[in-house]
Design a protein around this ligand. Structure first.
Ligand SMILES: [Zn+2]
Length: 590
């Protein structure tokens, strides 16, 4: 488990960062369930030895497997009945064991597909594709008599049909009794069930890939377990996942079972933070879209757009249990009418051209950069940042464009602008405004190292000024930054090792630098060293640069190098194919 050691990650993470991660972690749990408070979840790990289905739980795997959380009544209250339930799997079977305390062993039904719950019983429900539409059910009594059936829709709802003739082909079950059946003595202690349920019948009845084999690691199935007890003519239902209604037939409330790649008994990798940059004005984003992202492992939405768009998508994110970060344009403020009323606020090049002037802006017309050292600019940015941070559904703020215009563009972009940027070009070197010159105290020269340092500091001070204000309002503040502090200092006057952040999203968009996957990993390593654990980083990948198979290959390597997580840019690049790759990649070893 090298690279996934939780203590190791924790030790290198500052207290402030921990607060964020704790918040994100809580949300991770919520994102995993979507209804963390009510839906239990578990991880089903791989069996490491053969399981003999004899009702005797003497295999090592049953000692190593973690029991499910305690059973409750259907409404979620305490129940006097319980069961110790465990699961493991191998290539052929999902194995389930249950030990059910019982002081009066009693059973009469011996014919397969009898209505088994007329006896006291143990029941298993599986919705393999977690669709909430159709599912498999198995009931078993103390005589090891089985009722297996397929529900075409949740029982009691339209189009629901129970296919009683349907059989789980290859099913193996065994029951042992700790006491004497039907002696009415009340001195029994328990009964034990052991089940081997062939994957053939589980994945064969769902949209899951790999029919007949276990679902891919990372797959989440919805399941529930139930025991039915009859006491003085009253039927008691005790379940793993309370449905908060009078029936267990509500698969949308069942527990979540994630199929793990790991052998039983090994620690699971901590759930990483997975961020997705989202254009909040995209009206096609619905609750279903966001739920699909959450299901594939996205824990955090980083949202840009109009205040209305941000609020709308943040709400969808919160409803799916996600952490929401709003994306704030900091020193580059296209169309900021308040700023445009102050021409002197704008950054100025070494040639004296101002970003205020539409004719003189570098590269693109939206490069409307403000001067980082101007106190009025800093106050303005603080006000704007606080307006956005005040949106109730927003958990944190991400500063974007907290830098100067590109002194050096990524190499792949040089031809686009017909430039050779191997030397600093004065028309792309900012901020030589009168205010900066006065505050620096002498006539600046491009070759003067102090002048470069001073400008790096002025950008860092602007960043910290805004971040402190946001934090003072109780919300964490981070930044989207260039790949490493060294690279970003050289390219955009942004030495983010000087920033006091709660997190950073380095944009490791390799292909713009004519680089590949190894470069991404070396940037991660360099950035982690440079910030020395002061805050967590979540490296950003540019989705259109990756075929789904490439994404599936790189993400486990990124997590190995940076267990805290990663980010993806942007939601419109998260095609169904890339979403499927993400779902698989999260739990894969590099
Ligand atoms: Zn300036």
């Amino acid at each position: 488990m090298k690279g996934y050691n939780k203590m190791d990650a924790v030790a290198r993470t500052s207290r402030r960062a921990l607060a964020l991660m704790a918040a994100a972690g809580l949300v991770c749990a919520a994102a995993f369930g979507g209804e963390a408070a009510t839906v239990p979840s578990t991880v089903c790990q791989r069996a490491t030895c053969p399981v003999k289905v004899d009702g005797v739980l003497d295999e090592e795997v049953w000692r190593l497997a973690k029991p499910l959380s305690p059973m409750r009544d259907l409404e979620g209250g305490r129940s006097e009945f319980g069961a110790d339930i465990k699961m493991v799997y191998d290539d052929k079977f999902l194995y389930i064991s249950a030990t059910l305390p019982e002081n009066t062993l009693r059973a009469t039904l011996t014919k397969r597909d009898s209505v088994i719950y007329h006896d006291d019983d143990f029941e298993v429900f599986i919705d393999p594709g977690a669709t909430g539409r159709n599912y498999l059910e198995l009931e078993i009594n103390q005589l090891n008599t089985v009722w297996d059936l397929f529900l075409t829709a949740p029982y009691g709802r339209p189009f629901s049909e129970a296919l009683h003739d349907w059989d789980i082909k290859g099913l193996r079950t065994a029951v042992t009794l700790q006491g004497t059946l039907n002696d009415g003595e009340g001195d029994d202690t328990s009964w034990t069930v052991e089940i081997a349920w062939p994957w053939e019948s589980i994945t064969g009845h769902s949209s899951l890939p790999r029919k007949g084999a276990p679902p891919p690691p990372g797959t989440v199935m919805r399941m529930n377990f139930s025991r039915v007890d009859h006491v003085d003519g009253v039927e008691h239902n005790t379940v793993w996942a309370p449905t908060r209604r009078k029936t267990i037939h509500a698969p949308e409330h069942w527990g979540r079972v994630r199929i793990s790649v790991n052998p039983v008994g090994t620690p699971e990798r901590p759930t990483p933070t997975i961020g997705l940059w989202v254009h909040g004005n995209d009206a096609s984003i619905t609750a279903q879209t966001v739920a699909a992202w959450a299901d594939a492992g996205v824990t955090t939405l980083i949202i840009d757009g109009s205040p209305e768009g941000i609020a709308r998508v943040s709400k969808l994110g919160k409803a799916a249990g996600m952490y929401t970060v709003v994306w704030f344009w900091t020193l580059c403020r296209p169309g900021d009418s308040e700023a445009l009323a102050h021409p002197q606020w704008y950054a100025t090049s070494a040639l004296g051209k101002s970003c205020y002037d539409p004719k003189d802006r570098p590269f693109v017309s939206y490069y409307q950069f403000l001067c980082p050292s101007n106190p009025e600019v800093r106050e303005h940015l603080k006000r704007k940042a606080l307006e956005i941070a005040a949106i109730p559904e927003v958990d944190a703020l991400q500063m974007d464009y907290i830098r100067m215009p590109d002194v050096v563009l990524p190499k792949a972009l040089w031809p686009k602008y017909g430039l050779d940027m191997s030397k600093i070009l004065p028309q792309y070197d900012f901020c030589y405004c009168d205010g900066c010159k006065a505050r620096f105290g002498r006539e600046p020269k491009a070759s003067d190292a102090d002048w470069t340092e001073w400008r790096l500091d002025s950008v860092a001070q602007a960043a910290n000024f805004v971040a402190d204000a946001v934090r003072a309002k109780g919300k964490p503040c981070g930044a989207a930054v260039f790949p490493t502090p060294r690279i970003s200092a050289e390219m955009v006057r942004q030495d983010w090792s000087r920033f006091k952040l709660d997190f950073a999203f380095p944009m490791d968009y390799a292909r713009f630098y004519e680089e590949g996957s190894d470069w991404i990993l070396s940037c991660i390593s360099e950035a982690r060293k440079a910030i020395d654990g002061n805050f967590p980083i979540f490296p950003g990948l540019y989705l259109p640069h990756f075929k789904p198979s490439e994404l599936e290959a790189i993400l486990p390597r990124v997590l190995d190098a940076n267990p805290e997580g990663f980010c993806l840019f942007a939601h419109d690049g998260l095609t169904p194919e890339r979403l499927a790759a993400l779902r698989l990649a999260r739990f894969r070893k590099p």
